[in-house]
Design a protein around this ligand. Structure first.
Ligand code: ATP
Length: 268
């Protein structure tokens, strides 16, 4: 199907359908950000999307989510999809379980919320107010809000980006467990090369408005952080992102974006 309005996404009704995107275009103020991007996710596949800051990762994710009415191209995505953003976006004026079931109707909503909250280890906080939660807890509630919709496609836009390093590892492990239990297709936007390699089946690099490179992460799960194959993959992925894997690399002043990535690597 060829469409000019991505909000009219062709949504599959059959469970377990994958994602097929062709020729996705989006610009802002005359500047082209996505210039005919193609993307495929098999049902249940976990794909990480990386790229320099400003390369258009979030723009691509928003279009796949059906949140961007201005993007053009062909999209074929599951109807049941859910998005988790870097900020949890919980409503402060209602409690946790009502946040989880926001926008849903029907019977047994509290029971459904409790089940989803149980999956993220927060059933005991169902009646709490969002303001009383830590950053990691809020992000787990945001995950429960996605899970309660039993998505075939889960879109994660840097969901761990605002978390401290230890919480980040715990929430990454939680996502890995939830993915292996429910097997939605996942598109994870991240800046973190190690996160991509720990979690994803494939890591894609977005550059010049398209998927420029693809890396198959052929490491069996569960993936120990010190698995010897990470090192070679990490080097290749960093190179594809324009970062010198030996951290001696690009001069941040002549290449600010690469320099930023180097700084992030060094900070870890
Ligand atoms: N609503 C908007 N209006 C104008 N420009 C926008 C808008 N949304 C995104 N852009 C621009 O499009 C480009 C791509 O943005 P996007 O957020 O998709 O990049 P990104 O790869 O996710 O970046 P980052 O890694 O820094 O989050 C940026 O230059 C951004 O300023």
């Amino acid at each position: 199907m060829s469409i000019t309005d991505v909000s009219k996404v062709d949504s599959g009704t059959d469970a377990g359908r994958g994602v097929r995107v062709r020729g996705l275009r989006r610009g802002f103020a005359g500047r082209e950000i996505l210039s005919g991007a193609d993307l495929d996710l098999a049902p249940g596949e976990f794909v990480a999307l990386l790229g320099a800051s400003g390369s258009g990762k979030s723009t691509l994710l928003r279009a796949v989510a059906g949140l961007d009415t201005q993007a053009t191209g062909e999209l074929d995505v599951p109807e049941r999809r859910a998005v988790v953003f870097q900020e949890h976006r919980l409503l402060p004026w209602t409690n946790v379980w009502r946040n989880v079931t926001l926008g849903l109707s029907g019977r047994g909503l509290r029971a459904r919320a409790l089940q989803a909250l149980d999956e993220v280890g927060l059933a005991a906080r169902a009646d709490a107010w969002p303001v009383t939660l830590s950053g990691g807890e809020s992000q787990r509630v945001a995950l429960a809000r996605a899970l309660v919709r039993t998505p075939d496609l889960l879109l994660l836009d840097e969901p761990f980006g605002a978390l401290d390093a230890l919480t980040r590892i715990k929430v990454q492990a939680l996502v890995a467990r939830l993915w292996s239990r429910h097997r939605p297709a996942i598109l994870l936007v991240t800046h973190d090369v190690d996160e991509a390699l720990l979690l994803a089946d494939r890591a894609l690099v977005l550059a010049d408005g398209r998927i420029a490179e693809e890396f198959v992460v052929d490491i069996p799960r569960p993936r120990p952080v010190d698995h010897p194959r990470f090192a070679a993959l990490r080097r290749r992925l960093l190179s594809a992102l324009g970062v010198d894997p030996d951290l001696g690399g690009p001069d941040p002043e002549s290449d600010p974006e690469s320099g930023q990535l180097v700084a992030q690597q060094e900070a870890r």
